[in-house]
Structures are given as C-alpha cells and as structure tokens.
Write a protein of this length. Structure first.
Ligand code: SER
Length: 547
C-alpha cells in the first residue's frame, strides 16, 4: 500500500464513521502559543471549549506538523522535523474513549492488517487519577477479538498529553505500539489517542471539562514504515525518491522536505522565530555539501506530494528561489564569518551581524580546543528576540497582537468604528486592514480624503452612543450567501466552503469575523480617535484608544 492509499484509506474510514474531513491548516499556526503547528488538534483548540465548531463535532484530518524538539534526533529510523499527522477528533463529548479506542483498533488491525504489540494507558499520579476506563475498554476488545497484547501502564511523561502552550485542553492518553519489520528496533509507537478531560489553566490547575473531547494523532511516515514493512521511515515511498538523489543522507532528506513545506506556507529564512528554524534547515543541507541537490529534489518533492498539498505546486518557483537564495547568502556568510571567527569575534556578534551559525562557531571552537559560553549566547539571543518581537507587533486572529481583555475590547470597538465610518462617510468605506495591540487600535479604510475635525467628532460620538446603549454582541453561524444577504461586512472568501461566523452588535454592525469579542458594548468605556492620517493612496488610517 503506498502512502497515497494509506491517506485515502484513513480519510475514507473516518468519513464512513460520520466524520467531516477538514484540510490541514498551515504550518504557520493560528494558535500563537507555538512557533509552528505541532499537532492536528491545534486548529481545533477552541472547539474543545465553548466555541462552536463550524465543521461539526466529529472531524478527521491529515495535518502538516513540524517539531523542532526532534531536530537533533533526525537521522535515526523514526524521527523527523516535518511530518504528516493522521487524526480523528471529537468535540463536546460527541464520542469519547469507547468509540475512539474501537475505531483505532479497527483501523489498525482490519484496515491496515497490522498486529498490535502492546498498548499503554495512564497510570495516574498526584495531579490526575489513573485512566481505568481506557484499560477496561481495551480488556473488552481483547476478549472479544481473542487478542493477547499487553496493556501497559505508564506515567505522565508517556501517557498524558498537552496542553500545547501554557494553558489549554489536555488529558490522559492511550498509545498503540506495533512491531516494525526489521529486527532490533523495538515496538514502535504509532498512534496516540488523547482524551481531553481537563483544562489546565495558567496557574497550573487541572479543571475537569464539562464535555470532554478526543484528539488522536498517528504519524503517516511511521504507519507507512510498518505497512510497507520497511526498517525505517526513510525507506518508505514518502522518502525513497529524495533519498536516491542525496545519496541516502537522512538528515538532508528530512531537512529539504521540511524546507519545501515551510516555504510553501509562507515562511522565509531569517534570524528569528520560524524564519530561523528554516534557515537552520537549509544551512545544514548546504553545510553538508548538498546545495547542488536543491533543484532536483524540489522537483521530486513537489511531484510526490502535489496531489495532496496543492500549495506546493502553486509555490514551486518561490520554493526554489528561496532555497537557492539562502544557499548563496550562506556561502558568502561562510567566507566572511570564517574571517571574523579567526579574528576572535564574539559568537553573538558573529551570529547577529554576520549570520554565522552558532553551531558552526561551536564546532570550530571545539577544533581549537575552546568552548563557547552557550548560556551567555542564549541570554543575548533571548533579549534580541524579545526586542524584534515587540518591533513587529505580531498579527494574530482578527489583527490582534494577543487575546487579552484589552485587545478584545478594542476588537469590538473596531467593528463599531467600521459601521460608524460607513454611516458617516458613506458606503464606499471598506476595511483595508487592522492591527490591535494592548494599547490601541489601528484601522485602515478606503476613503479619498482627510477627515475633518467635525467628521472625527461625529464618528466618536456615534461609536460612544453604541457603547452607552450597552448593546449585546452576538455570534451566529450561517452560509456565506445568507451572511451576504443580511448585509454582513467582510471577506466572502472561505476556506472550507460552507459556514461563516457573523458577529452582530445590536442592529448597528454585522461582520464576518473569527472573534473574540466582548459580550456587551457597555464594557468598552470611551472611544477616542488619537490620529487620522494617510496610509497609502486612497486609504486612510485611524489610531484610536478606549479610555
Ligand atoms: N495531540 C496528540 C499528539 O500530538 C494527538 O494528536 O500526539
């Protein structure tokens, strides 16, 4: 069975079990608690809580994932940076442990024809009790199917998952292990079933969720390895064609594939954040002498994956150009950096000014019998990254820099502002952009001329009037056509085709939007325009605050 068939069988299986198939989200996450998307559940995180899922409460996906934590293990038989995760999910107690375990058992043994080596369940600790329910379900399955695999009990380290980031849904897991073909590798964990029964808050407390959920994740590469009876993931059809070109270099194979997917999702090489992750991958490939394999491998990777990931073909030229560009820069950097290194330049300066990788400085220093003070370097870097993060004030959902209460209020104020602008200036006004930080709201809109003082006052008055009325902010889901009919403002492009969320503020404003918003406008205080200026041709910019 090749990997395309495995993907298809997985999706068909869960479709038949009533799941809606949702496309992979980008590697650049919507959930800002992580640098890159690391799990299938990430795009669904809000649906484990109050937010209604636009896809229904049973979904399945194949998610592009990237884990920097495994970067140093790449090269063994089972670890990667980029991988595809097959997952099925249940929100708001649509189904729970029994169904999830039964589905997994059926898929692994019947659909894939594999034998389970053993399964594991959570043994419990001071924080949360043992998962006896999962254990009983497995016992029953064993009895009914004449199986005799072991049910092992492990601790938090192995059998408790989440949350991603500081807070979020989390819970005990049950994991399925199978035996790969080769000898000596030992049983391989292939599927992780997470039962999100808790919400861990910022204070570290585990609160039981009213309605628990299911989040499962299975690595496609590992599944392909056992289904195709290979000794390691790199021998599967997912990698084989790339391996051939790069002389079976596993690290280079992983890094090239990962770079292609990162660039297709909009990441470009830089010295901070995601860009730095990408830069490291490409530079490692080049440092290992495979710069000249880039052209051929990009073609192969795009060809191999394009039927499932359209973004690869669409961005093929960009992927190639970015890789080549980085290769060139790095080659120049190496020359320059080497000169500076010989002069004894500080590692932090070498990195930030000359782009000379810290790993290389460490290696070269080692050759000379010296040790780099890595702690000092890391401290310097941390400071450096904080500064550049503030400078570029991150843009998240709805143009928000974070989702604290202040930014939520400003977000609701932005909706009032747009409605007010249209009432006072006319229907030609359209939103052209917005950016919200904790202190202020910045709002760009189409309008041909500078606002007069009187217009600004009127806008403020109209917004403040709606605040005083303490209007309710309500949220409704509907078909895009219906939203359009009801006069909702917003972009009518939609990813998954069928449902959009519309936020209404009394009868004053109606917009397609992902939230979040306050529940009542009375909370907002007083709206004040601080500045009105040109942003670009035909576009004006307002900066406003709530006081
Ligand atoms: N979130 C879990 C994991 O990443 C299961 O999908 O392993």
């Amino acid at each position: 069975m090749n990997s395309n068939e495995i993907r298809q069988r997985f999706l068909d299986f869960f479709r038949e079990k009533g799941h809606k198939i949702v496309p992979s989200s980008s590697l650049v996450p919507t959930d800002d608690s992580v640098l890159l998307t690391t799990a299938g559940m990430q795009q669904f995180k809000p649906y484990y809580l109050d937010e209604k899922s636009p896809h229904g409460n049973k979904v399945a996906s194949i998610q592009k994932c990237f884990r920097t934590s495994d970067i140093d293990e790449v090269g063994n038989e089972k670890h990667l940076t980029f991988f595809e995760m097959l997952g099925n999910f249940s929100f708001k107690d649509e189904y729970f442990k029994k169904e999830a375990i039964e589905y997994a058992y059926e898929f692994i043994t019947k659909e894939m024809g594999l034998e389970i080596d053993y399964v594991s369940v959570f043994e419990g600790d001071d924080l949360t009790p043992p998962d006896t329910e999962s254990e009983e379900i497995w016992e029953k399955i064993k009895k009914e199917n004449n199986e005799n695999f072991e049910i092992k009990k492990f601790g938090r380290e192995d059998n408790f998952w989440g949350p991603t980031g500081e807070e979020g849904p989390c819970g005990p897991t049950t994991e399925i292990y199978v035996n790969p073909a080769g000898d000596g590798a030992g049983a391989l964990e292939i599927w992780n079933l997470v039962f999100n029964e808790y919400y861990k808050n910022k204070e570290g407390k585990y609160n039981k969720l009213d309605k628990p959920g299911v989040d499962t994740g299975m690595g496609l590469e590992r599944l392909a390895m056992v289904v195709q009876k290979k000794n390691n993931i790199f021998e599967t059809d997912l990698f084989e064609p790339i391996m051939k070109v790069v002389g079976n270099n596993r690290v280079v194979t992983d890094h090239l594939r990962a770079s292609v997917f990162l660039i297709a999702d909009g990441v470009v090489p830089s010295n901070v954040g995601r860009g730095y992750v990408l830069r490291r991958l490409i530079r490692r490939v080049v440092a290992k002498g495979f710069g000249n394999a880039i052209e051929k491998t990009v073609g192969i990777i795009v060809e191999n994956y394009k039927d499932f990931y359209f973004e690869l073909e669409q961005n093929k030229n960009k992927i190639f150009t970015e890789l080549k560009k980085e290769e060139e820069i790095f080659n120049k950097t190496l020359e320059k950096g080497m000169r500076e290194f010989k002069r004894g330049t500080d590692p932090f300066v070498l990195f930030t000014t000359y782009g000379f990788p810290i790993e290389l400085t460490q290696e070269l220093s080692k050759e000379k019998g010296a040790v780099v003070d890595i702690e000092k370097f890391n401290q310097q870097m941390q400071k450096h990254q904080e500064l550049s993060r503030t400078a570029s004030a991150g843009m998240f959902k709805g143009g928000l820099a974070d989702e604290s209460e202040e930014t939520t209020k400003l977000h609701t104020a932005a909706h009032l502002l747009l409605a007010a602008l249209r009432k006072i200036l006319g229907d030609h006004v359209e939103q052209k952009g917005s950016n919200i930080t904790i202190e202020r709201l910045r709002f760009d809109f189409s309008h041909p001329e500078k606002l007069t003082d009187e217009q600004k006052k009127e806008i403020e008055r109209l917004v403040n009037k709606q605040i005083k009325k303490d209007l309710s902010v309500t949220c409704e889901e509907m078909k895009p056509e219906e939203a359009k009919e009801k006069g909702a403002l917003g972009v009518f492009e939609h990813k998954y085709g069928d449902i959009v969320t519309v936020y209404a503020i009394g009868a004053f404003s109606r917009e397609i939007c992902g939230g979040p918003h306050v529940k009542k406008t009375g909370k907002l205080g007083t709206f004040k325009i601080k500045k009105e200026e040109a942003s670009s041709a035909g576009v004006r910019r307002i900066k406003a605050v709530l006081i």
